[in-house]
Design a protein around this ligand. Structure first.
Ligand code: TXA
Ligand code: MG
Length: 318
């Protein structure tokens, strides 16, 4: 059985022994292991049931430490790291050989991020190695935003979950890479595109699996509840299902024709950051109700709303 607690030393001891540990970040909870130890990283893939072609993000506590395991940090990447780390931004950088091929699925770049969470930063500072950590959910399911979410699904396979409270951002980090033609966004995420563009200028977004072999993990079906999940007008659903069999993920206000106990409202004031924070816990709550289908409303397609909409659309892909 798993243990949930705030003991950084216990997390450290387990990680040093090559075990996996659940860790809080500002985006979502991660399933961490020593990124330099292939045997430890193997456990991450096994616990998550994750295919080995989907590479992991490596977490560290500073740009200086990242320089130990990447070949080169382009000037633009340095600027972004200085501006936004610790924070919900992942940089794709050329890897050094000490990063195992399993971590990067054989790619020559490694995804690197400094997470903005006090417990995890303290843990990272205390360790002699960086932590590989994907989101701590079974492959394809909704990412966890509390320690309890991690325990609910992976509890019997994870000895310890470091409890850092509910995640403040609530969706995964934005992933940016640096190609010869300029910077490219491979995953929309917790750092709004507009915020990045204010520093970098116009950005190319290439976050679809078919056109995106570089990021094999950007599968079109992802973040999905077990129940059928649809992004469509409620009228269409009412042709097919009785009102009390429908769950609704609403942005600002519940839908009048559906029982309120079957609905989750992301932000009554229409605040995109609040809606983002609530997203995954609300999807999980709806998935547990006695209903047949979940209907989701899209958010305005701007700022964090774009990243949320990307997840809603992927959750709806079968
Ligand atoms: O916010 C986050 O990023 C969370 C927390 C725990 O840090 N982590 C996370 O990890 O979302 P994961 O494994 O669920 O998603 C990582 C994504 C995958 O889709 C993977 O394909 C992509 O990052 N990725 C990793 N390394 C890559 C690389 N070298 N090139 C392209 N994509 C990469
Ligand atoms: Mg994930």
């Amino acid at each position: 059985m798993t243990q949930i607690g705030t003991d950084i030393n216990q997390a450290k001891r387990l990680l040093e022994k090559g075990e996996v540990v659940g860790i809080p970040t500002e985006t979502v909870y991660g399933l961490a292991a020593n990124a330099l130890d292939t045997n430890a990283v193997v456990k991450i893939f096994a616990v998550k049931n994750r295919p080995s072609f989907d590479p992991l993000i490596v977490h560290t506590d500073s740009l200086e430490k990242a320089a130990d395991f990447v070949q080169d940090i382009p000037e633009l990447a340095q600027r972004l790291a200085n501006q936004f780390w610790p924070g919900p931004l992942t940089l794709l950088l050329p890897k050094r050989p000490l990063i195992p091929d399993l971590v990067t699925s054989g790619l020559d770049t490694v995804a690197v991020r400094v997470p903005n969470h006090p417990l995890t930063l303290e843990l990272l500072r205390s360790l002699a190695f960086p932590l590989a950590a994907p989101s701590a959910n079974p492959f394809g399911y909704i990412s966890p935003t509390t320690a309890q979410h991690v325990a609910d699904q992976l509890g019997d396979q994870v000895p310890y979950i470091l409890d850092g409270g509910a995640c403040q951002v609530g969706i995964e980090s934005t992933i940016i890479g640096f190609s010869a033609e300029g910077p490219v966004i491979y995953r929309l995420g917790g750092m709004a595109l507009e915020t990045l563009e204010s520093i970098v200028g116009p950005l190319t977004v290439r976050s679809h699996s078919t056109s995106n072999p570089k990021a094999p993990g950007m599968l079109s079906s992802h973040y999905a509840p077990r129940k059928p999940f649809l992004v469509q007008p409620i009228e269409k659903a009412l042709d097919q299902y009785a009102p009390n069999r429908i769950g609704v993920l609403a942005f600002q206000a519940p839908i009048a024709s559906i029982p309120t106990e079957n609905q989750r409202v992301l932000s009554p004031t229409g605040d995109l950051a609040e809606a983002t924070t609530q997203l995954f816990a609300s999807m999980r709550a709806l998935d547990k109700l006695d209903i047949d289908v979940i209907i989701a409303e899209l958010l305005p397609d701007q700022g964090l709303g774009r990243a949320v909409n990307d997840r809603l659309r992927r959750a709806a892909v079968k």
